[in-house]
Structure formats: structure tokens, C-alpha cells
Design a protein around this ligand. Sequence first.
Ligand SMILES: O=P(O)(O)O[C@H]1O[C@H](CO)[C@@H](O)[C@H]1O
Ligand SMILES: Nc1nc2[nH]cnc2c(=O)[nH]1
Length: 267
Amino acid sequence: MPRIAIIGGSGVYDPKLLQNVREETVKTPYGEVRVKIGEYNGEEIAFLARHGEGHSVPPHKINYRANIWALYELGVERILSTSAVGSLNLEMKPGDFVVLDQLMDFTKTRHYTFYDGDESPHDRKFVAHVDFTDPYCPELRKAVINAAKELNFRYHPTGTYACMEGPRFETRAEIRALKILGADVVGMTQCPEAALARELEICYASVAIVTNFAAGISTEKLTHKEVVDLMAQKGEEIKYLLMNAIKYIPKERRCPCKDALKGATGE
Ligand SMILES: O=P(O)(O)O[C@H]1O[C@H](CO)[C@@H](O)[C@H]1O
Ligand SMILES: Nc1nc2[nH]cnc2c(=O)[nH]1
């Protein structure tokens, strides 16, 4: 059973560094999900392409609940993901890695929880309000930071991610407002992905890769092509960073993520 999963975002569509890769279709109450499972240094790792292998699913249409539930069904306890982002912070330049520690959710039409009471399509028909003060797992964040240090990659140990609905990019005014609100980077997929992992008591962290300066800060037109091109240039580094982080992930979980539901249901 894979204890660790990688969710690849834009530009990260296949688990090149895994050996003996097999594909499983996992049935979930929210639909079927195709997951690849391979090995790295003798450890079973699950891999899921967030947008589908051909980047056919836009950010606002991703079946986040099926994806996270599928990894839960496989026994995954820890999820590392990648996120291509625009930067609002001049210190965070294209090509930089940002180990996210905070997020703000500005999405509008997504499905945000597994806990829909009686309407839940599974036996967890209770109401739950999980703590999300710190949305990312401290142990996973530390593992990525250790790996970035060891590989001598240009990285930032913290960063606040503003999640926009998309699929369009932002206006100048929206980026100006997000900057005032304290965002460092902007993307379209961390919400509800991070919260759904917390709701199933799965540790979650995301390595953001700055692909461009955000609207109004960049002097150029924003294009998805620029995002995918930069992710392709950084492909090898991203894979080495994620794989290198694995050895720093403690076998035993001592983080609050594993007890997220304690007290969340009022019981
Ligand atoms: O967050 P990932 O999946 O890396 O994708 C990012 O890249 C796309 C924009 O080019 C958006 O979907 C944005 O969220
Ligand atoms: N929302 C958003 N997502 C991105 N992903 C990569 N760059 C950007 C950006 O500028 N805005």
C-alpha cells in the first residue's frame, strides 16, 4: 500500500522517477480515479495527474473529492503536490520554489467538503468543521525544505497562496487587492484540495513553482504556454526535489493532521 502520494499539477503529468509503475482505477463515492503506483528507493508511491495526463481538466472542473478520496482508499497518509503559480512578491522570481505555509480561498463554484450530512454519498453522514489554522503539514513542509537545502535549489520556506477560481488569469486590480491581503503567490488549484486532505486526516503540502509574475506585475501578457514551458524547464528539478523529500518524511506521524477529525464533529 502506498503511504505517500504525489499530485502533479500543470506540467507534472507522469511519475518519471518511479519504477515498476502500474495503473489502478479506484472507485470512489465521487467517481472513478486513475492512479499510477510505482516504487522509489523501495517505497511504494502513488501518483495522480491533477489535470489528467493530457491536461484535459481545467482547474474549476477537477474532481478534487474523488482524487483525495481515491488516495485515502489506497491507504495514503501523506500527499505532496506541485502548484504552478504567479508571483506577487518580487523576491519570489520565476523558477523559484515556494514551500507554501498559508492559503486564502477565493474560489466560487467548487465542492469544498466530504461532510454533507445526510447528503454525503458515503457513511460519513456527520457534520464536521476541521481546524485549518495551518493548512499544510509541518512535517511534510520540513521534509521539502530539507530536500531543497540539500539540492541547493533557490527556494522560499514560507509563502501564502491565493486560490482563484480561474480558468482566466487575474486582473491588475485583483492582484493589487491580493497583495494588500498578504498573498505571495496566486494559483487555481490548492482549494479545495488541501482542505479535503485535512478532512480525511491526510498530511498535505505543496511545492509551488513560480512560473511568472502575476498580472500587472509582469509587463508581459500572461499565457498558459509560459506556465507549461517553465514547468518543463524545471521538470527535472521538481522531480528530484519531490523524490529527495521522501527520505526526510518521518515514518511515524507526529503532526496534528492525523487527528484532524478529533473534536471537529462536536462528539
Ligand atoms: O495549480 P496547477 O495544477 O499547477 O495549475 C496551474 O496552472 C494553470 C494555469 O496555467 C492553473 O490550473 C494553475 O492552477
Ligand atoms: N491564478 C493564477 N495561476 C497561475 N499559475 C501560474 N501562473 C498563474 C497566475 O498568474 N495566476
